[in-house]
Design a protein around this ligand. Structure first.
Ligand code: SER
Length: 887
């Protein structure tokens, strides 16, 4: 049976038994911080087992892609895989051991036609029930083994906490002569790991949850979680002892054979090992990347990087010195495509990534390995490779320490990984202290040395005829793509990024070349243009026509003028303490950071919008003046405190009060006057619509407004109106009546909530009646110690109900709801004279469970920290009361 037929047969078998098929979840578990990867089929169902969420159906089945890192170094032998698929059937509080056992047997022996006498079962040492069930199926006693947890018959939790339980495993027997010598005498069994047996299915009887503090509690129900390794089961069906010889993985081996020119021969162990490792890691890479993992030096990304590097290392052992990994990945994609259509869209990305990662590593691998050889030679006396050496191999040559260790071990050496960690930590510290600023400084120094002054002519003109004064191509500066150049002109209309305003873009053309200006930066006197050459080429001294993208420039200027108007409006509305703390001015929106201690009220935001809009309607003409800094400040210009100003400064002003009330006026009728090097509108009327998108806190006393203008604002406003119309439509009313309609709906909700409350209190009454029957007698007194799922207010009602039911009652009532547990203790009046006090009973309990509270002698309440210890606390209180009341 082919692997894909096996997938289909499994799902079909369990679908016939009312299991709902669930698609595989990602290899990166979502919302589960306890796990790095999805390691089993049950991972996506954890919330169902824990009773946190309702499953879509009580019986589920899946083929889950899994990734396990525990055995990476063994990948290359016959059956270890990091990536594999797990066939599973699951019961969430539905069927239990009997069905799980008989269906697994039926599927293996009837559907897959595996001879029953080849199967052995193991059960948890104390699990008589499972033992009996296997016995009833007809397995002879010598093939039902009782194993301990250490021998593998207790499964879970995956990660440090979570669901777990005893399990029963099915093993396939390859035959008495297929393992070690003891097999001949017939005394070996699956746990010996002699190669005769292959574990093919694990049936977990999920009943417990392991908690943070190491204690365990019962899961809300008894569940079934089974997992059968697809590749292993296929190897049994295809009578291939190695999973790599099953039909899908075999195609990868064939590809690896053709890449390396080495034939796969299990007898030639080293070659076979390398071919298998190359194949496995390519397939694992394909799925990890598809699920969003990218190579990096940390976490999941590091695991991925290790796999690639290990595969490259093994390819090199087979004398492959050119990139091969992408070819293997292509085969992995082809094999898996029918069941994973996502791979199609990712294909090119996967191939490119495989190739670039491999190139990076190969660039230093030869040197790393020859260094490692030297290190091995030098360490011969101690047999230990120092952490320092392992660190240099990693840091300078990219050899993962795990790989160093693997190579070292194969030569009988150890690696001092503790010292390696110390070196790593020191490097982390060092890298914290160096920053991007250093690189920036280097670039600035570079252009200072070039020392060519350029004139910015872009305030008045969006075009210019310029001459190239300096040109740099990719070969000079390594970070540039091959078709990008850096150019300095004598004069330019392109605004270089500065003062919060991003740089212009546009086109340049000469007689022999065309290009797009994609970024412009100022370094001292030089304005450097990054240009993507689209045709021909450029050379020093060429005459070039420059043209700024006019629509984009207009939108940028709209946003820049709006920040000035907004700045003044903030000072008008909130006070003169407001200072600009930073800004971003782009074509699409603006961001304005300012000092102010609290969030803006709705009417303040409204006032800001109205001021900017009214200044826009007034269509005020701008004026720009060059004048000495002191004079500008004297005239009331605002200077952004982070900018450094030269002797003569540029001042942008909008002076006109038409269209707005006098309280928003500044001296000599100038509404806005700022020192600024940016580009602005010639008159405010061009600004168009103005819309504040958000006002938020970005630190103590610092706030940020995001806003947009012009086309972006009108599109946003139209969108908002449409949403309003849609809401009105949904509420079956017109937009003016939306609020009354919502108020009416809120009224309905309140009525329903109070109905629900009534219902809950009648259920509290019901619960009280049921509980009354569980009371224990301590002499004349009744004692009730109960755990419920009631809320705090329901506990009160239950207590009132029960206290009225009994003459003499000590009630200890815990309620867990919304993941927190409350405790209520009440005692009837007659017991007060017998020195029974609710408060001390509460204290007795919280001494054990943690938490605290208080109250009166008759009634006390507390919050409970660790509800798993309630039972223990109850037992203790009962003992105390018995001693006190029965003496
Ligand atoms: N969770 C169990 C395992 O991974 C059975 O699916 O083996």
């Amino acid at each position: 049976m082919k692997v894909n037929e096996l997938r289909e047969a499994f799902i079909e078998y369990f679908q016939e038994r009312e299991h709902r098929p669930i698609p595989s979840a990602s290899l990166v578990p979502h919302g589960d911080p306890t796990l790095l990867f999805t390691t089993a089929g049950m991972v996506q169902f954890k919330p169902y087992f824990l009773g946190l969420e309702r499953p879509p159906a009580p019986r589920l089945t899946s083929i889950q892609r899994c990734f396990r890192t525990s055995d990476v170094e063994e990948v290359g032998d016959d059956d270890h895989l990091t990536f594999f698929e797990m066939l599973g059937n699951f019961s969430i509080g539905d069927y239990f051991k009997s069905e799980a056992i008989s269906w697994s047997w039926e599927f293996l022996t009837d559907v897959l036609e595996i001879p029953g006498d080849r199967l052995w079962a193991t059960v948890y040492v104390e699990d008589d029930e499972a033992y009996e069930l296997w016995s009833a199926i007809g397995l002879p006693d010598e093939r039902i083994l009782r194993y301990t947890a250490e021998q593998g018959n207790w499964w879970g939790p995956p990660g440090d906490t979570g669901p777990m339980g005893p399990c029963s495993e099915l093993h396939y027997d390859w035959g008495i002569n297929t393992g070690c010598e003891t097999c001949d005498v017939g005394s070996c069994h699956p746990d010996e790991g002699c190669g005769r047996f292959l574990e093919i299915w694990n049936l977990v009887f999920m009943q417990y949850e392991l908690l943070d503090d190491g204690s365990q509690r019962d899961l809300p129900a008894a569940n079934i979680d089974t997992g059968a390794g697809l590749e292993r089961l296929a190897s049994v069906l295809q009578a291939e002892k190695s999973v790599y010889m099953t039909d899908e993985l075999k195609m990868l081996i064939t590809q690896a054979e053709s890449i390396t020119g080495h034939e796969y021969d299990p007898a030639n162990y080293e070659t076979a090992f390398a071919l298998r490792a190359m194949s496995e890691h390519a397939r694992a890479f394909t799925f990890l990347v598809t699920d969003g993992v990218l190579p990096s030096n940390e976490g999941r990304g590091y695991v991925l990087r290790r796999l690639i590097r290990r595969a490259v290392y093994f390819s090199r052992k087979l004398d492959v010195h050119a990139n091969f990994f992408a070819k293997m990945v292509a085969t992995a994609i082809d094999i898996s495509l029918p069941n994973n259509p996502d791979l199609h869209d990712n294909r090119q990305f996967l191939l490119d990534l495989a190739d670039s990662e491999e190139s990076r590593f190969r660039a230093t691998l030869d040197r790393a390995l020859s260094l490692l050889e030297g290190v091995l030679e030098e360490s011969r006396a101690t047999g230990i490779i120092s952490g320092k050496d392992a660190f240099t191999l990693y840091d300078t040559h990219g050899l993962p320490p795990e790989l160093t260790r693997e190579v070292a071990l194969s030569h009988g050496f150890q690696v001092d990984l503790t010292e390696f960690e110390v070196e790593m930590e020191e490097q982390r510290e060092r890298s914290k202290n160096s920053s991007d600023n250093d690189q920036q400084t280097d670039v600035a120094k570079h252009y200072a040395a070039v020392g060519i002054a350029s004139e910015f002519v872009g305030y008045a003109d969006l075009t210019s005829s310029s001459t190239i004064r300096f040109i740099e191509t990719a070969s000079d500066r390594i970070e540039l793509a091959s078709d990008e150049i850096s150019v300095i002109f004598d004069q330019t209309p392109f605004y270089p990024e500065g003062g919060g305003q991003i740089s212009d873009t546009g086109t340049v053309s000469s007689e022999r070349g065309q290009g797009l200006v994609i970024d412009v930066q100022r370094f001292g006197e030089s304005i450097v243009h990054r240009i993507k050459v689209t045709s021909g080429h450029f050379a020093d001294s060429d005459s070039v026509d420059c043209e700024v993208d006019p629509a984009r420039r207009l939108n940028i200027s709209r946003n820049h003028t709006a920040t000035h108007l907004l700045h003044s409006a903030l000072r008008s509305v909130l006070g003169e303490h407001v200072r600009q703390a930073g800004s971003y001015v782009g074509p699409d929106y603006l961001r304005f950071d300012y000092t102010h201690p609290q969030a803006l009220a709705d009417d303040e935001l409204e006032a800001l919008t109205e001021i900017v809009s009214s200044k826009t309607r007034a269509n005020i003409t701008s004026a720009t003046l060059e004048l000495p800094y002191e004079e500008a400040i004297e005239r009331g210009a605002i200077a952004f405190f982070e900018d450094r100003y030269t002797a003569d400064v540029r001042m942008v002003e909008y002076c006109d009060t038409r269209g707005h009330a006098p309280e928003h006026e500044h001296s000599d009728h100038c509404y806005s006057r700022e020192l600024c090097g940016g580009t602005h509108l010639s008159s405010t009327g061009l600004l168009g619509d103005f819309l504040i998108l958000s006002d938020s806190s970005i630190g103590a006393g610092l706030r940020r407004i995001e806003a947009c203008t012009g086309d972006a604002a009108s599109i946003e406003l139209r969108g908002q109106l449409k949403t309003l119309r849609d809401v009105a439509h949904k509420l079956q009313t017109n937009y003016k009546d939306i609020l009354p309609r919502i108020e009416a709906l809120e009224g309905n909700i309140t009525a329903l909530e109070s109905e629900l409350k009534q219902h809950q209190s009648s259920s509290a009454e019901q619960l009280a009646q049921n509980l009354a029957e569980q009371a224990k007698r301590l002499g004349d007194t009744n004692l009730l110690l109960v755990e419920t799922t009631s809320t705090q207010s329901q506990l009160r009602e239950i207590s009132d109900e029960l206290q009225s039911e009994f003459d003499s009652l000590i009630l200890v009532l815990a309620g867990t709801s919304d993941q927190s547990t409350s405790l209520l203790v009440s005692v009837s009046e007659d017991l007060i004279s017998k020195e029974i006090d609710s408060r001390s009973l509460v204290a007795n309990i919280t001494d054990i469970t943690g938490g605290g509270g208080g109250g009166r002698p008759q009634l006390a309440q507390a919050g409970i920290k660790d509800s798993s210890r309630l039972r223990e606390a109850y037992a203790q209180v009962e003992g105390l009361l018995r001693a006190q009341l029965m003496d």
